[in-house]
Every structure is written in C-alpha cells, then in structure tokens.
Design a protein. Structure first.
Length: 429
C-alpha cells in the first residue's frame, strides 16, 4: 500500500506539473464529490497561475508551497471553498500557520514528490511536511513564524486571489483586506477607486481585428495545421469561453455534439456541461460562428453541421500524445497547455502584423494579454459594440450577478475621457 504524508503535496515540479498525478487527482475527486464541489476547478486555476511563474524558479517554489498549505487547510481542515473564504475566516488560517499541528512540521527539507520505481510514476513523498521547524544542537525547537513571513504568505494569497478575480471565479480578495487593515497593514498600500481600476484586460477593437486577421492568415498558409486555431479563437470570442471549457481535462473531453440545435426555435447553441463551480449553461451561437464551424468541419472531412450527440472530439490532435494520460492516442482532445500555445501563436502573429503597420504600442500591449482576455473581449464587444442586452450577455457568460456583467460597460478609461472631451458647459449657449 502506498504510504502518504499527513498533508498531501498538490503541485509537482515544473517539469512534471502538467502531466497530472494520479494520487492528487484521486484526492481532488474525493474532495469534489464529498465536500467542496469546485475543488477541481480551483486546482486548475492554481496550476495555470503557477505556470505563469515558470520563468522564476524561486517564485514558483515559494508560491507552490504556500498554495499547497493554504489548500490543505481549506479542504482538509476547514472544509470550505476558496470562494467562500472571507477576511474573518482567513484570520483562522493565520492562526493555523502560527500554531500548526505537530504532525505537519518537519525539521529538514525534502522533495514534495519522488519517483516510485515499482509503480513507475511520481508519488507524494511520505516524509514531506508543509511546515519547516528548526533544530539547535539536534534539539527540536518550538515552531515560530515571523510577522514578515506571515505578510509574505498574505502577499502570495492576495496575488492568487487577484488572479481568481480576473478569471471571474470570485469577486473578493480577503488577503488584500487583511493586508490593508490591522496587524498586517503596510505603509505602501493605497486605495484605488473602483471607477478607475481597470482589471478587465481585453483587446481593443483594433487589436482584436489584428488577432482575427492573424488567425485567418495562419489558416490560409497551412489549413491542415491551423484551421483549428482559427476556429478555436472564433469559438472562444463568440461564446465568451474560458480555455478550460474547450480543453480536455480529467473527466471532461469536449465534443462536436455540444453544438445543439433547438428543436422548437431552430436556433443553435453551444452547451457547456460543467464549468466554473460545477454549473452548466448553453451559449447562443451566431450565424458567423455557425459558418466558422462549417468551415472547420469541412477541413476535417465531416458533415457541415454536427449530428445530435455526435462524439467527434472538438480539437483532435495532429500527432499522438507523447506523454501524460493520452500518450499514444491520436484522436484525443487537446489539453489546456496545447490550446494556450495555439492562442499565444496567434497573438504573437497579430502583434507582428500590428508592428508592421506602425502600431508598436498596440503590439506591446497585445503581448501582455492572455487567452482569458479573449473572453473579456467578446463580452465587452457584445455589450459596447453589438449592443446586446446585459441580461442576455449575463446568461451566455455564466455570470452569477448582473453586476459582474455591468463591469464591462465602457470599461476603458480612454473611451470615458473621449466621451467627456467635447461636453459643453451651456447646452443652449
């Protein structure tokens, strides 16, 4: 029987992080089914956030350790969803870190995961513990943590919650609230008015035009390789999709049959069986996206439109996977990493086209945007350019509150200033 540590490490090293781990997956599945229904989604967000730290090994290791400790406390100790944690609850985490259970304290550094030769796979190291104590002359000392270390923990969690807010998982940052008040207040903190705080990062009209031009150019140059890139970008923009909603992941493989025609209205929709928080929704499909789907399916030698319950994978591999759970399979769906690489290829091509036309600043801004920016762009354009009712956009975006959707109304500070530029002081004069 596999021996496990009392607190399970959740994130392997960068080299193995995206491969997935059977023990971790089993743990998350158990938590999701029995106590916290969005545990798996938060884990996916956490992996994506950690992957953004891949250019700084020290940051990755520090963030990984903090997230592991935090999620163990939330799931195993408190049995609470990350989205339900408020400032008051988070103070209990601080108390927990100040006085952790003795079985969770180690007195030497060890790897979080090790190779198991018998199983021929990576497994959690039974000697690993989330807290590291000190020994003096071989004698274990009482565990202590400095205020500086606690502030570092809060800073990391605040950054993670900011990421979750941008991904629309939650609307609050309890770590930031603790850092702004009381014991952990820092002098460098300053309040930014909500009116001018532009957290919603999306492509401008010009920038998005270059993105679509780049995707079309790539598809024209190499249809076999890049028609799926063009359809991926079109689908995510038109249906406001998160990349996790079109990528293969444990327990979910997107299929063509998710495009469904309503028998009564004859209107097509794209069904998302399980998304953030375990919710499902069906997004209305535009005529142009339906045309894009027909073009993509023609490239795959399929019928123009999907049959009911068609199981053809949405984004089929061109080459068999070399590792991971889909190793050796050619007809498996692409995962988040491969789809993200596709999107960054388009963004880089679009930035180069913009630079060629003299829009260097736009090119620089585009390179700072992410796949999730496509969702933000689709929502913003439909509200501000197409003029769709907020309630319709809310339903298609899967927002819990109309207030979240309302944030996309004239989100650009530039637009707001331009609209005020020619305001008269006397309308009759």
């Amino acid at each position: 029987m596999l021996e496990l540590p009392p607190a399970l490490p959740l994130f392997d090293s960068l080299q193995h992080l995206e491969d997935g781990n059977a023990v971790v997956n089993q743990f998350l599945a158990s938590v999701t089914v029995n106590t916290i229904n969005d545990a798996g989604f938060v884990y996916e967000f956490a992996v994506d956030w950690l992957l953004e730290q891949k250019f700084s090994e020290n940051n990755f290791k520090t963030y990984r350790s903090e997230l592991t400790t935090f999620l163990h406390w939330a799931y195993a100790e408190e049995q609470i969803s990350v989205g339900d944690i408020n400032r008051r609850v988070l103070t209990r985490y601080i108390d927990y870190c100040c006085n952790p259970p003795k079985p969770l304290i180690a007195y030497r550094n060890v790897a979080q995961f090790i190779n198991n030769k018998q199983l021929e796979t990576r497994v959690p190291n039974p000697l690993w513990r989330p807290f590291l104590g000190k020994k003096i002359d071989g004698i274990e000392q009482a565990y202590r943590i400095s205020d500086k270390a606690l502030k570092t923990k809060l800073a990391i969690l605040s950054s993670f919650y900011s990421y979750l807010i941008n991904e629309e998982y939650t609307e609050r940052n309890p770590a930031m609230m603790l850092m702004k008040n009381g014991r952990f207040k820092t002098g460098s903190q300053h309040t930014i008015s909500g009116e001018d705080h532009e957290d919603i990062k999306s492509f401008s009209d010009l920038q998005w035009s270059y993105v679509m031009s780049a995707a079309q150019l790539l598809a024209k140059q190499s249809p076999v390789e890049n028609e799926r890139i063009l359809f991926l970008v079109s689908l995510m923009y038109s249906c406001y999709l998160r990349i996790s909603e079109v990528a293969a992941r444990p327990g979910f493989s997107p299929i063509m049959g998710q495009f469904k025609r309503d028998a009564k209205t004859s209107v097509w929709g794209f069904h998302i069986p399980r998304s953030k928080g375990g919710k499902k929704r069906t997004v209305a499909v535009s005529k142009q996206l339906l045309t894009a789907l027909q073009r993509y399916r023609q490239c795959l030698n399929l019928t123009p439109l999907p049959a009911p319950n068609e199981n053809t994978p949405l984004f089929i591999r061109h080459r068999a996977a070399g590792r991971g759970r889909d190793a050796g399979l050619l007809n498996a769906n692409l995962g988040i990493r491969q789809l993200r690489e596709h999107i960054y290829t388009v963004i880089e091509q679009a930035a180069k086209l913009a630079e060629k036309d003299g829009f260097e600043q736009d090119a620089n801004e585009m390179r700072q945007l992410t796949p999730h920016s496509i969702r933000h762009t689709g929502i913003s354009h439909d509200i501000n350019l197409v003029g769709r009712p907020l309630s319709h956009v809310q339903a298609d975006a899967g927002h819990d509150s109309i207030d979240t959707t309302s944030q996309y109304l004239h989100t650009s500070r530039v637009e707001r200033h331009q609209s005020a530029e020619n305001k008269p002081l006397d309308h009759l004069g």
